[in-house]
Design a protein around this ligand. Structure first.
Ligand code: ADP
Length: 548
């Protein structure tokens, strides 16, 4: 096109083109936009009756035409394998190809785009230049004309200059596309990690608004619809937006969010929740700050450490109990052993006194053994290591045996109302422990001379034992807590105990698949403690694999 101008005009036109080229395609957001920019520029400097912009995919050796122009009409692209035509030749060699007279130089041309059959005409000249990045051919720019000799060597240079600019934009777009893909991949990976985390995670922005939370956090905060709170700064006056069940923890989060807002991280803060089930959460919060930039917000991680804390407390309790309860028997054993030793070495022969000292040693050694067993049992129950040895056991007979034993040492009136027999597959030693615990409590917490009634009843599915006394009774709040480890009601403080018996008995019954509960009309009204055991293994009759 420039060929018809004078050399000064040509020079000016080329300089103008060069300055335009500097910014060519800088704004293009995708390949289609780039195609249009390239076409406009190409049409300015050469005959672009037919214009084609294609990329080359090395991996599949395919030429992918982005789009094409034919006499001012834009057409879709397409793709074709690297072949024998001029375009393929340019891609292979990396050198421009100028076709002055197609009919004389080139193979018959088939146009890729859908020109109507009637108008099918062949270009007479063409120019294809590679789009290069170093030695690599990224693609081609191709122009064709329906007239011969439409292009000369100067046009090769012009089109190559445009191709050089195209290369820059293609690389930028590829980087952007690559970055977008990388971004997406990272986001997906992060999403998967967050979703699979057991710890609850919340991300807040610089205003203290929750902008993201994972599944565990949603569960912890009981948020069915997170949209309620997402994006809103977490502030005291907005707490009513939160589900009631989550308010306690939300309130505990407020100072943490304040700390993050002021750029301070929080390490290892324990939060104890009391509404509903008691839970202990460990919280850590880190400030998010872009490198050298302003505060972006923070990440809060909450971990449920209730079990861990309970186990720690159990260990402490066991140690404290051992320290507390073993001291007395040990002192007594040592004292009596000393007496015996002195007698033996001095030749004293008061047989009665020696027998009493020896008996005391045996009694307190038994007490020590019993204590150690309790501690060991407790540990096993908590650690899930307690195993049962079920055996056909008659609950009615077992109850009679335990009550008969107790009658020998108490001034209470013990009544037994029991079925003839109630036989099930239970661990006799453990169930004996349970009955003994309920009976000894009934005796401990009721006055001498009062009546304790032990009943055993059964139906087809289960057997129930209940122990009723006329003692100190329990109010509603005490009833709700009697099975907690270490719990002792205020009214029981005058009586010796460690608050472990019911906890352990409850655990044993649960282990048998049964249930234990307590009833009382209040202080001074007596109490009834009951437990039920299944008579038949519920899994009997099911296919073997379901029973496992
Ligand atoms: P301990 O009796 O050693 O304290 P338990 O675990 O057996 O431990 O009982 C826990 C608490 O439950 C007791 O301290 C007492 O407050 C209450 N309790 C248990 N049995 C009775 C009962 N029969 N009447 C009233 N309170 C009882």
């Amino acid at each position: 096109m420039l060929g018809s101008l004078t050399s000064t005009e040509q020079l000016r036109a080329r300089l103008e083109a060069a300055s335009r080229l500097g910014a060519l395609g800088a704004d293009a957001r995708d390949l289609t936009e780039l195609f249009r920019v390239l076409y406009d520029e190409t049409a300015r400097v050469v005959d672009a009756t037919v214009f084609l912009f294609a990329l080359y995919d090395e991996a599949s050796e395919t030429v992918e035409v982005v789009r094409q122009m034919d006499r001012g009409a834009e057409h879709e692209g397409g793709s074709f394998p690297l072949g024998k035509g001029f375009t393929s030749e340019v891609i292979r060699t990396g050198l421009p190809k100028l076709i002055r007279r197609w009919s004389a130089e080139g193979p018959p041309v088939r146009l890729l785009y859908g020109t109507e059959a009637g108008e099918l005409v062949s270009p007479q000249s063409g120019l294809v230049v590679p789009i290069l990045s170093g030695d690599r051919v990224l693609g081609v720019l191709s122009v064709q004309s329906y007239r011969p000799e439409a292009y000369d060597d100067a046009d090769v240079l012009s089109l190559s200059a445009i191709a050089a600019q195209a290369a820059i934009t293609i690389k930028r777009l590829r980087v952007t596309e690559q970055l977008a893909l990388e971004h997406e991949r990272h986001a997906l990976q992060l999403e998967a990690v967050l979703a699979s985390m057991n710890d609850a995670l919340l991300i807040v922005d610089a205003r203290g608004a929750i902008v993201r939370l994972n599944r565990a956090a949603r569960e912890l905060l009981r948020l069915d619809s997170a949209s309620l709170v997402l994006g809103q700064p977490l502030e005291r006056q907005r707490l009513e937006q939160w589900p009631i069940t989550a308010r306690e923890i939300t309130e505990a989060l407020l100072p943490v969010i304040d700390a993050l807002r002021s750029g301070t991280s929080v390490e290892d803060l324990d939060i104890e929740l009391h509404s509903g089930e008691r839970r202990v959460l460990s919280l850590g919060a880190s400030v998010l700050r872009s490198p050298k930039g302003p505060l972006q917000g923070g990440v809060i991680v909450l971990r449920d450490i209730t079990e861990q804390r309970d186990l720690e407390r159990l260990r402490e309790d066991i140690f404290a109990m051992a320290w507390h309860d073993m001291g007395t028997p040990l002192t007594l054993i040592r004292g009596n052993a000393e007496i015996l030793l002195r007698r033996l070495s001095s030749g004293e022969s008061d047989a009665k006194a020696s027998t009493a000292a020896a008996a005391s040693i045996v009694k307190h050694a038994d007490r020590l053994a019993e204590l150690l067993t309790t501690l060991f049992d407790l540990h096993c129950l908590e650690a899930g290591l307690l195993s049962l040895s079920p055996w056909p056991t008659d609950l009615a007979a077992l109850t009679r045996e335990v009550t008969d034993g107790a009658r020998l040492t108490t001034r209470h009136n013990i009544k037994v109302l029991a079925d003839e027999s109630a036989v099930g597959e239970w661990d006799e030693r453990r169930i004996r422990q349970v009955i003994m615990n309920l009976l000894s409590n009934a005796l401990k917490y009721s006055p001498e001379g009062s009546t304790v009634t032990v009943s055993v009843a059964s139906d087809e599915r289960s057997a129930t034992v209940s122990v009723r006394d006329e003692g100190i009774g329990l109010d509603a709040s005490e009833l709700a807590q009697v099975f907690r480890r270490g719990y002792r009601a205020e009214s029981a403080r005058g009586v010796k105990g460690d608050g472990l018996g019911l906890y352990f008995a409850h655990g044993l019954v649960a282990k048998h698949g049964g249930r234990m509960w307590a009833e009382s009309l209040g202080h001074g009204q007596g109490s009834t403690f009951c437990f039920t055991l299944p008579l038949r293994d519920e899994s009997v009759g099911q296919p073997a694999e379901q029973r496992a």
